[in-house]
Design a protein around this ligand. Structure first.
Ligand SMILES: *Cc1c(COP(=O)(O)O)cnc(C)c1O
Length: 467
């Protein structure tokens, strides 16, 4: 079917190359032109609205066009927009650093600024490596990462990532990472139940550390949720055991809280649930509430001190970005952190998470193609499968998640899935009524999709006769 394009859609397709997209798909499904946003809603050029249930790729915390944040940003823009961050500083950056040190797990004392999540990962990897070079552990040149990990898409970040979809073509360019089997609670090979799980699967990391610790500089992990791999969730005990192993084998622990930081899992940081402090913590996404690109890496005094010396020793960390410590982004981050201090968002997330869980379990647990509904904090995921008993995946070439996404959009709901995993990661300001709409619309869309698919499958069957 040929689409009738609006003027802006046609102009977009002339010159714009969109992320994470096969551009040919846009022939059938042109980009939706969004003109404005308010709260959880996005409004397109025809006035149609969509509930942004994925917080525009997991960044938005307090709704679109948030008055308080917009006001702070606007005032800052008329005062100072940006300044070189080498030898210069500004109050928003200082305050953001102070607040982050106060809010993150104990021991993280120093804050290095970058401008997106992948860049923060590069910073942490480079710092960990250089730390070991400068403290005499020169054999430590490799990183250990998990299967199904996602840490961003620059080459260093891809090297520690384990999602084939993003890595495969670039494999010849990537670092030689040590890969351990990550937790897989939905298809647990040990048949453990979440309530009694002792994280036996950590064994894989232990074996790799045992064999390779002398060459490993750091283990990198997404605490509690392997998000891009399909919102794969695992219990805090895994993190606790991992922290112990890293300490025992003298290897850094890098916590990539880019997706889960700032309340997503029901605590301000996911590491809190395991009561651990990593050696590096990477933050971005929610840091500016979805307003501007900014990221930070927090680390310990021990790491910092290994770089602190006379200039001539050449121990400095020479990583920089043009927009390092951007003033506007820092001012917005400061507003976001102040909002967390002034209002009890953590309690709000837990309470809304409770409602979302109740409604979602009622709606999805018994649907034929739902293998599992899982949730932590305000992240919920529906894993669609071909068979609930065997947990056999649906054929990926059918792009079922993608079709359900398109059908949900028609109904005013934005739930861009990860393969055949549909998920909810709404802004924290979502109302009870909006949670109902999100769950009900998803349920209807899943049901009507599979009803239609079964109809199609039957009519393709040569044995099948409609008469
Ligand atoms: C999004 C994400 C990144 C990369 O951040 P970008 O800003 O997209 O480069 C890294 N790690 C995790 C866990 C993420 O979710």
């Amino acid at each position: 079917m040929k689409q009738v394009l609006t003027e802006l859609q046609a102009r977009d397709l002339q010159h714009v190359w969109h992320p994470c997209s096969q551009m040919k798909d846009y022939e059938q499904f042109p980009p939706i032109v969004i003109k404005s946003g308010e709260g959880v809603w996005l409004y397109d050029e025809n006035g149609k609205r969509y509930l942004d249930a994925v917080s525009s790729w997991w960044v938005n915390l307090f709704g679109h066009a948030n008055k308080r944040i917009s006001q702070a940003l606007s005032e800052q823009a008329f005062t100072l927009e940006h300044v070189i961050f080498a030898n210069f500083t500004h109050e928003p950056a200082v305050k953001v650093a102070e607040k982050l040190v106060a809010l993150t797990p104990p021991g993280l004392q120093k804050v290095f600024f970058a401008d997106n999540g992948s860049a923060a990962i590069e910073v942490a990897l480079k710092m960990s490596f250089q730390y070991h070079m400068q403290t005499g552990k020169t054999s430590k040149k490799r990183f250990l990462a998990l299967t199904d990990a996602y840490h961003g898409e620059t080459l260093g970040a891809l090297s520690v990532g384990g999602v084939d979809l993003y890595n495969e073509v670039y494999q010849p360019l990537l670092l030689d990472t040590v890969r351990a089997q990550g937790p897989d609670c939905f298809r647990c090979p040990f048949n453990e139940k979440p309530e009694s799980c002792q994280a036996q699967c950590i064994r894989s990391v232990e074996e790799k550390l045992d064999a390779h610790h002398e060459e490993i500089t750091a283990v990198i992990i997404e605490p509690l949720i392997q998000a891009a791999a399909g919102m794969k969730m695992y219990p805090p005990i895994y993190l606790r055991k991992l922290r112990e192993l890293c300490t025992a084998y003298d290897v850094h622990l890098i916590a990539d809280e880019i997706a889960v930081g700032f309340g997503r899992t029901g605590t301000l940081f996911a590491c809190e649930q395991a009561e651990i402090s990593p050696d590096f913590m990477c933050l971005s996404k929610g840091l500016t509430g979805g307003y501007l690109p900014l990221s930070v890496v927090l680390t310990t005094d021990t790491v910092y001190d290994a770089f602190y010396d006379e200039y001539g020793t050449m121990k400095a960390f020479l990583h920089s970005h043009s927009y390092t410590g951007n003033t506007l982004a820092c001012r917005v981050a400061l507003e976001v952190l102040t909002m967390f201090e002034e209002e009890n968002y953590i309690e709000m997330i837990q309470q809304k998470g409770g409602l979302m869980r109740k409604l979602a379990e009622e709606a999805f647990s018994h649907l034929p193609y739902v293998g599992e509904y899982r949730q932590i904090g305000l992240v919920g995921a529906i894993e669609l499968v071909a068979d609930r008993n065997t947990k056999e995946p649906l054929p990926s070439e059918e792009r079922i998640g993608y079709q359900i996404y398109q059908n949900a959009l028609e109904k005013g709901l934005l739930i861009r899935p990860l393969g055949n995993i549909l998920y909810f990661m709404p802004p924290y300001i979502i109302s009870a009524e909006e949670i109902h709409f999100m769950i009900d619309t998803t349920k209807q869309t899943i049901e009507s999709f599979f009803a239609e698919r079964e109809g199609r499958t039957c009519s393709n069957d040569p044995q099948y006769s409609p008469l």
